[in-house]
Write a protein that binds this ligand. Structure first.
Ligand SMILES: [Zn+2]
Length: 347
């Protein structure tokens, strides 16, 4: 099985098939959470190196795309301001400056850390996500994987928490809407933890559908099936709580059914994914049983749905995943699915 997807008729590729972009801001790896913290710098190093090792096999279908934009870019602050309160933005910036001045890592809450490089990493990861969605919308890339760090899906409009400072996927969704690129956005979150920050950002918004599958009960405690939205947003949040140790087949069945339902409900013209690799078996912060090939299958399904609804426009954001080697294998599987390639045969 070559695993080739049929070529798509997409503009902007200069007559060639657009590629899958891998995007990572250079500062993302510098965000320092301190010794022993699970969300450490080695996560991105392992991921980038696994992808690099697979680049030849990726057959020229994936390219690392440069990320411009950074701390001096006022439009990035405006984009963040669509989701987050100014007070939170100011607090993260001030704490990062203070951490730089003291040369230490500071605690924003019991598990969320800020270092001197965190401001640039957080802004840079937002920039990478925005560039990814704009370039995919313009047809420059077929789809994209954004190696964001710090992760984002726990960051609520008012509060940084759960290792997350700014909600990368929510800022991208808000930009898609505000810039008129998309009228309706589907966000699929398969991190082992509930995407509470993303839920809060769009809870009363019928133009952004959040589907979150997560271990329950588990951090952060939210995400019961009864949380479905508020006001005109009712029916545009779907939570699928799954007990620890959910068999792979049951997880995949729940995933397929809920993604199809979500897509039919919102009819997206852009799809975003919060890809957490902490739902892989053996993750130190989760107790689910998924294997990298399951994530490949999940990603393929999302790509197929995006093909049906919105010319394949999908951008994937890295969220959690705390076994760096396993997460890296999972990320390669997801990038392969984005690029229309099979997973390598298991040993
Ligand atoms: Zn997580």
């Amino acid at each position: 099985m070559a695993g080739e997807d049929p070529p798509e008729a997409r503009g902007g590729g200069g007559g060639r098939e657009p590629k899958t972009a891998f995007m990572m801001h250079p500062a993302a790896v510098l965000h320092d959470t301190g010794w022993g913290h699970p969300e450490h710098q080695g996560r991105l190093r392992a991921l980038a190196s696994a992808l690099r090792d697979d680049m030849v096999a990726l057959g020229g279908r994936v390219e690392q795309a440069p990320v411009g934009g950074g701390v001096g870019d006022a439009s990035l602050l405006a984009a963040i301001g669509r989701v987050h309160d100014q007070e939170l933005v100011d607090r993260v910036r001030a704490m990062s400056r203070e951490a730089a001045r003291r040369g230490t890592v500071m605690s924003l809450d019991s598990d969320t850390r800020v270092s001197g490089a965190s401001w640039e990493a957080a802004i840079g990861s937002v920039a990478a996500g925005l560039e990814a969605v704009r370039k995919v919308a313009a047809g420059r890339y077929r789809n994209a994987f954004v190696a964001a760090r710090p992760p984002g899906h726990h960051a609520t409009p008012r509060r940084a928490m759960g290792f997350c400072l700014f909600n990368n996927v929510a800022v991208a969704a808000a930009a898609l809407r505000a810039e008129g690129i998309a009228k309706r956005v589907l966000i699929v979150d398969w991190d082992v933890h509930h995407g509470n920050g993303t839920q809060d950002a769009f809870y009363d918004d019928p133009t952004v559908f959040l589907l979150s599958l997560h271990e329950h009960p588990h951090y952060p405690g939210t995400g019961s099936a009864s949380e479905t939205g508020r006001g005109s947003g009712v029916g545009f949040t779907r939570n699928v709580p799954l007990p620890a140790g959910t068999p792979r087949a049951d997880y995949l069945e729940a995933f397929a059914g809920s993604v199809a339902m979500a897509a039919d409900t919102v009819a997206p013209d852009f799809v975003l994914v919060s890809a957490g690799f902490d739902s892989l078996a053996g993750d130190p912060l989760g107790a689910q049983l998924l294997e990298p090939e399951d994530m490949h299958a999940m990603m393929r399904l999302v790509v197929r749905i995006a093909d049906d609804f919105c010319a394949g426009r999908v951008v994937v954001f890295l969220e959690g995943g705390y076994d760096p080697k396993r997460s890296a294998v999972g990320a390669v599987a997801v990038v392969r699915a984005l690029a229309g390639l099979d997973v390598p045969a298991a040993d």
